[in-house]
Design a protein around this ligand. Structure first.
Ligand code: ADP
Ligand code: MG
Length: 322
């Protein structure tokens, strides 16, 4: 099967039509239309076999993941997803593999109504690059900077789960078809698209409006990414490690996985204290855990507390990021 047959069979047909796509797959380029009064938000992420995913990763999971990590970037800006492109480098035209990849990709794309409008297919080492386009009301994207002293710092989900899943996979050697919630959270990260939009005053099910003062998605690890978030506003905080779901007694996560594990794709954000009541109403509609970690402060770095006592990292890997 050549490049054109692959595109035709697996990437042209299944997508939902969008009226703002004037011209989709099949010409030299796509043409889209953005409504007046909106800004376009664009993000790209590449996944290379051996660097960003393990050789032997199921194609369906990879199809999900390559879009999920990009949707997570849009979510962190408070943007609504619109369109995407997909650049695929494949070592050979393995039809079954491409079919499963495409099924994973479109299962997620269709859930958020995002249209695949183009891409490229070449022969080479296995790698996948997705570019996503989204929209925000003009001037309203939520940046990493913008937090103020006194803002409340929150995170979605259970940071560390993906790292724990990866550790399980590594420990399982050749048997990489391990079925567990942790492995699932590594293979199938759930981009917090609805939550990100709600934090940009786009909550769909309530009249309440909330805008986060600053937001980031956690991809490299909770500690480094929350440090980046608060650092962008020249702030820091003492944060409650023991408030996180992964710290609870029934959880299998280690402190190391929670603080330094990557690949979670959760949202970390700041809410002005005056917006806390409205925020709580919005959160009632969410399907993921939300944890209040602490309060943004001047003249401190990001550090962690357990029972109100500083956690100084008995784990030898603990490093303060100044
Ligand atoms: P060109 O040589 O003009 O770049 P291509 O043969 O690369 O054209 O692509 C033909 C059409 O198929 C274009 O619309 C392109 O965007 C689309 N396309 C190619 N690869 C993919 C892919 N992996 N996913 C989605 N669309 C693709
Ligand atoms: Mg091309």
């Amino acid at each position: 099967m050549d490049e054109f047959e692959i595109i035709d069979r697996f990437f042209s047909a299944p997508q939902r039509k969008r009226r703002d796509v004037r011209l989709g797959i099949g010409d030299d380029a796509a043409i889209t239309r953005i409504p007046a009064g909106f800004d376009l938000v664009i993000a790209t992420d590449s996944l290379v076999e051996g660097t960003h995913f393990l050789p032997g990763t199921p194609a369906h999971a990879l199809g999900h993941r390559c879009l999920a990590v990009n949707l997570s970037d849009l979510a962190a800006m408070g943007a609504k997803p619109l369109w995407c492109t997909l650049a695929l480098s494949l070592p050979d035209a393995d039809v079954d593999w491409v079919q499963r990849f495409s099924a994973g990709f479109f299962a997620l794309a269709d859930r958020f109504g995002i249209a695949l409008i183009g891409g490229d297919t070449v022969r080479g080492p296995l790698s996948v690059t997705v570019t996503v386009h989204g929209q925000v009301q003009a001037g309203s994207g939520v940046c990493r900077s913008g937090a103020n002293v006194g803002d409340l710092v929150y995170v979605t989900g259970s940071p560390g789960s993906a790292a724990a899943g990866l550790d399980l996979l590594r420990a399982s050697g050749d048997q990489i078809d391990v079925e567990s919630d942790l492995v699932r959270s590594f293979w199938y990260p759930e981009p917090r698209v609805i939550e990100g939009m709600a934090l940009n005053n786009l909550a769909q099910s309530t009249a309440t409006s909330v805008t986060a003062s600053a937001m980031i998605d956690i991809s490299d690890g909770l500690h480094i990414d929350v440090s980046r978030l608060l650092g962008a506003s020249d702030l820091g905080a003492e944060l409650a490690l023991d408030a996180l779901p992964g710290f609870q007694a029934d959880s299998a996560l280690t402190v190391e996985q929670i603080l330094f594990g990557g690949d979670d794709y959760e949202l970390c954000f700041c809410v002005p204290p005056a917006a806390e009541a409205a925020f709580k109403k919005i959160v009632a509609d969410w399907h993921c855990p939300v944890t209040k970690l602490g309060v943004a402060r001047k003249d401190v770095v990001v550090s962690w507390l357990i029972n109100g006592t500083p956690y100084d990292g008995n784990d030898s890997t603990f490093v303060h990021f100044e």
